[in-house]
Design a protein around this ligand. Structure first.
Ligand code: NDP
Length: 253
């Protein structure tokens, strides 16, 4: 992972009006916080997740600010959706939106933390599917809508465990190495056009995934998903301030 330090604006002057942004994992943690933040900055958000009820809850929170544009909902279970569902979604989006300017992959699962020797193949498959294969298929399916934007931005969410294969982190770590690779390949394949593709490693964030990974950790010492340091690199990469920034891997903290 390239650790590039950017002079990222802390969202002060950034405006995302006229941007349509598709966010996975919009029902919890970083994806939900980012959905609220980008909606407050004027973007039209397509909230994606597997739970209709939780998506409606994010929708309603956004709508509690009357200045925000009403978000849309894309119900998609990344574990069970077949390839056809992704392309049906793509068609629906092309019918209902002029373009997509941003695609942010926030959804993810942890899987087991256990030695490879004992790692259950079915858990391995599920983690690799949700964290790596599904973002690949979704990105491919949304390419036609992204190509309609003048400056499309794709953002993958990486991890500290994409840098070193830490013992017991199994499929999660492997999927995040793969995420970095997928992001770099896509960036290189599009270096001749306006599509930019980057990875963000948020670092430790106080979410349900973090709680599952480190139950005994002192939560007060960890940033919340709403913290400006966590969201600033996402907002920056979604905004026109980052035009020409591609193929990077950014540490949020
Ligand atoms: P959370 O567990 O809080 O949120 C995960 C999100 O992914 C939820 O919205 C969840 O939906 C969604 N999701 C899980 N499975 C599926 C599925 N099958 N289909 C659709 N959506 C699904 O995690 P975080 O916010 O912490 O994680 C966000 C990203 O950040 C992940 O990629 C994670 O790997 C990464 N990350 C997190 C760190 C941290 O310290 N928190 C550190 C480094 C990286 P639902 O609400 O239905 O459960």
């Amino acid at each position: 992972m390239i650790n590039t330090q950017f002079n990222i604006q802390k969202n002060k002057d950034i405006n995302l009006s006229n941007k349509t942004i598709f966010i996975t994992g919009a029902t919890d943690g970083i994806g939900k916080a980012l959905s609220l933040k980008t909606a407050n900055l004027g973007a039209k958000i397509i909230l994606s997740g597997r739970s209709k009820k939780k998506l409606e809850s994010t929708h309603d929170e956004i709508r509690s600010n009357k200045d925000c544009i009403a978000p849309s909902i894309a119900l998609l279970d990344l574990e069970t959706a077949d390839v056809e569902s992704y392309f049906n979604l793509s068609e629906t989006i092309l019918k209902n939106f002029d373009k997509i300017d941003g695609l942010v992959h926030c959804a993810g699962i942890l899987g087991d933390r256990t030695p490879i020797e004992q790692y259950k193949p079915e858990v391995w498959q599920r983690v690799m599917h949700v964290n790596l294969t599904a973002p690949f298929v979704l990105t491919q399916a949304l390419f036609p809508a992204l190509r309609l934007s003048n400056n499309p931005s794709i953002i993958f969410t990486s991890s500290d465990y994409a840098k070193n294969g830490k013992a017991f982190w199994g499929a999660y770590s492997v999927s995040k190495f793969g995420t970095e690779s997928l992001s770099q390949i896509l960036a290189n394949e599009n270096d001749h056009n306006s599509m930019r593709v980057n990875c963000i490693n948020p670092g430790p964030v106080n979410t349900k995934m973090r709680l599952a990974a480190f139950p005994a950790e002192n939560k007060e010492k960890i940033k919340s998903p709403e913290d400006k340091d966590i969201l600033a690199p996402y907002v920056y990469l979604l905004s026109d301030a980052s035009i020409n920034v591609s193929g990077k891997s950014i540490n949020a903290q």
